[in-house]
Design a protein around this ligand. Sequence first.
Ligand SMILES: Nc1ncnc2c1ncn2[C@@H]1O[C@H](COP(=O)(O)OP(=O)(O)OP(=O)(O)O)[C@@H](O)[C@H]1O
Ligand SMILES: [Mg+2]
Length: 197
Amino acid sequence: MIITCASFKGGVGKTTSAIHVATYLQSLAPTMLVDGDPNRSASSWARHGLLPFAVIDERQATRHARSYEHIVIDTKARPDEEDLKALADGCDLLVIPTTPDALALDALMLTVKALRVLGADRYRVLITMVPPKPSRDGEDARALLGEAGLPIFAQSIRRLVAFQKAALQGVPVSQVSDPRAAEAWGDYERVGQEVMG
Ligand SMILES: Nc1ncnc2c1ncn2[C@@H]1O[C@H](COP(=O)(O)OP(=O)(O)OP(=O)(O)O)[C@@H](O)[C@H]1O
Ligand SMILES: [Mg+2]
């Protein structure tokens, strides 16, 4: 399985999603995360050597690919329509994280046409950093994206500080000492199940 994370706006949770989808897939079979972002955020997450899977620079990825059953690719933001097609053709599923705020949703809706051309089985939108109640942002975003006909993961990712701690400590969120770490991991575990389902 080859999974690529891409988005039309920066800072929406691509790297966090790539790390945790890879953590899930590694529990099933050997998995490598290809760091395709020149900012090297995933490599920085891996710097302490505490992640359960390999993180490999995109420039070295080809040589390592045959040793792994699953590959997750973290990319930099903002593919144009042409990039989008090439990205989708290079993987089994394109995961497109978006936060439920207007700016991120607008950026995504601008590309609805290009996405539709890909076909609904090639990509899925993941709603991330959903604020707690009484905010209805998560539900509103889901309704908007659903009306636009975009395929969406049934599971959303909540906004939890445990994810920031995980990045700082260089571990998956399940390994963070935080009262809500298990819930945070549960969100991505269910996304992983949907990816494989
Ligand atoms: N579910 C979440 N809850 C709280 N904070 C989060 C969550 N997901 C990501 N973050 C934080 O939001 C910031 C952006 O996340 P991340 O780096 O995963 O996004 P990105 O799309 O990869 O960004 P970039 O475009 O810079 O590569 C980080 O500080 C990260 O720790
Ligand atoms: Mg990133």
